[in-house]
Ligand binder design. Structure first.
Ligand SMILES: NC(=O)c1ccc[n+]([C@@H]2O[C@H](COP(=O)([O-])OP(=O)(O)OC[C@H]3O[C@@H](n4cnc5c(N)ncnc54)[C@H](O)[C@@H]3O)[C@@H](O)[C@H]2O)c1
Length: 469
């Protein structure tokens, strides 16, 4: 569905009017096109004293061929030289006023006290207004629970407030994220840093992601087709977000097994044959569905690498008017079915090592929503699945994460009353709705075997929605 207001706001007259009247000014977000570099434009890297992530971050910037500038001190700049990064030294005082960056990356892992938080201010104060359109601000830090000392744990936790506020201030379609990296997991940041630097994360902002030590990382990865040779199961694949997830996972090299209701067989079949995948028509709530799915995946593919629980329904009514049927339809589809399917797949060892399971939650599951007690319960329960099982699956070398979309332009949201739809679109830091591809790209990052250190995360794809932040 098209967003006419955004189109209008991006005309010369629209820009003038929105500015003068103080209306939301959604910019056209840059989105990834295959073959494009991870980032186009200069990246400024800085670090607080005693930080430990500048070297791995530098290695990633070198690997992606980024035009890097650095505000690192001499000691940390050695890391840049080691990674053969041809980094120019950036001096905020001496730099030309019009010097602008596509990304600011700040390693805050060395901040060990509240006083030392000043280092983050010192880096961002002269640079924050130099972030380009659809730019990125990324703060790397140490997972607070894994900081040995209380003052360090408190200071690292404080960075959440900084980054979430920067995401609200930076404007012009730019985003800000905080990536907590556990001690020992320095080499596992590659896929996450790439994702957040790139236009693939266009509609993800104000997020806090934890990267831990994976059981194993792939020795080599083809970043254009990280899922080559892998099999991905996508439920609810026939349309909307599920269709986009299937397309993106297939673009990344996976054989997609799409699942949807028999009533959607024509759309499903058309999609999977276009993608060179295969389809299974079934109702995920059927008693026999988990067994049927596991049997198919084992017989046809000897297992599965990526499982995406995307099938979902709404039956909106305030609780006092909600029938038992409306309650159960939503809980059964959104919450019970993924558990039954996972139980069967893992009992039959159908999910291969270095695999991933991604569940689709919703910001409704975080914030709650009037008229959606059933839906919000189911989607909060999906977060419960992540919290309950991720450590068990980690032992099997399988990651388990959720994405929580905000307002996404699909058939589901096109059916909303006009006033509610318009309000939902604008009530986020990017002042617009997301697209199905934004959810799909986030899932593809989580499904990438190089994201083996990313588990137990709930990542909101909501443009930093004001609801439930
Ligand atoms: N659109 C949004 O703004 C939004 C926001 C937050 C979360 N989500 C979630 O994203 C997911 C996809 O949503 P969408 O907007 O693409 O919805 P959609 O209605 O366009 O697509 C959902 C798909 O799931 C299928 N499905 C439903 N019940 C099924 C069942 N029992 N068995 C098999 N397939 C079934 C449907 O046939 C449909 O093809 C859902 O889990 C939804 O709750 C969407």
């Amino acid at each position: 569905m098209s967003d006419r207001y955004r189109q209008l706001a991006n005309t010369p007259i629209g820009r003038m009017v929105t500015k003068q009247v103080g209306l939301p000014a959604p910019v056209e977000l840059e989105r990834y096109q295959p073959g494009q570099p991870v980032i186009s434009g200069p990246v400024l890297l800085g670090a607080a004293p005693h930080s430990r992530l500048a070297a791995p971050a530098t290695a990633v910037l070198a690997a992606i061929g980024a035009e890097a500038h650095t505000a690192l001190d001499d000691e940390a700049r050695g890391a840049a030289a080691e990674a053969r990064l041809d980094a120019a030294v950036f001096n905020p005082q001496a730099a030309p006023e019009d010097e602008r960056f596509k990304a600011l990356v700040f390693d805050a892992s060395g901040i060990g006290s509240s006083e030392a938080l000043r280092e983050a201010w010192a880096f961002l104060h002269p640079t924050i207004r130099r972030v380009r359109r659809s730019g990125r601000v990324i703060v790397l830090a140490t997972t607070p629970e894994e900081c040995g000392e209380f003052p360090a744990a408190i200071a690292q936790r404080a960075l959440e407030g900084l980054v979430r506020s920067v995401a609200k201030e930076v404007g012009r379609g730019a985003t800000a994220q905080l990536i907590y990296v556990a001690p020992g997991a320095e080499d596992a940041i590659d896929s996450t840093l790439r994702f957040f630097l790139s236009p693939k994360s266009a509609y993800v902002s104000g997020q806090v992601v934890r990267v831990g030590s994976p059981k194993a990382l792939p020795e080599k990865i083809d970043w254009e087709r990280p899922l080559a040779g892998k099999v991905a199961l996508v439920t609810g694949a026939a349309r909307g977000i599920g269709e986009s997830i299937s397309e993106v996972l297939a673009r990344d090299g996976a054989h997609v097994v799409g699942v949807d209701l028999p009533a959607r067989s024509a759309e499903l079949e058309a999609l999977t044959s276009r993608l060179g995948g295969s389809s299974l028509e079934l109702d995920v709530t059927d008693h026999a569905a988990p067994e049927e799915l596991a049997a198919h995946l084992l017989a046809a593919h000897n297992g599965v690498d990526v499982v995406v629980h995307n099938a979902g329904v709404t039956r909106d009514k305030t609780l006092g008017r909600m029938s038992e049927e409306q309650w159960s339809a939503v809980i059964d589809t959104n919450l019970t079915a993924p558990q039954h399917i996972d139980r069967e797949l893992f009992a039959r060892k159908a999910v291969r090592e270095n695999g991933s399971v991604v569940c689709v939650s919703s910001i409704g599951g975080i914030a709650g929503n009037a008229g959606q007690t059933n839906y919000a319960t189911s989607k909060a329960g999906v977060i419960g699945i992540i919290e309950a099982f991720s450590s068990t699956l980690a032992k099997l070398g399988v990651t388990l994460n959720a994405v929580a979309p905000g307002f996404v332009e699909t058939g589901m949201t096109a059916a909303m009353p006009v006033a509610r739809r318009e309000a939902a679109r604008r009530m986020n830091s990017l002042a617009q709705g997301g697209l199905p591809i934004d959810v799909a790209e986030t899932i593809a990052w989580l499904a990438n075997p190089a994201s083996a250190g990313v588990t137990r995360n709930v990542v909101r794809v909501c443009g930093q929605s004001l609801i439930g932040a």
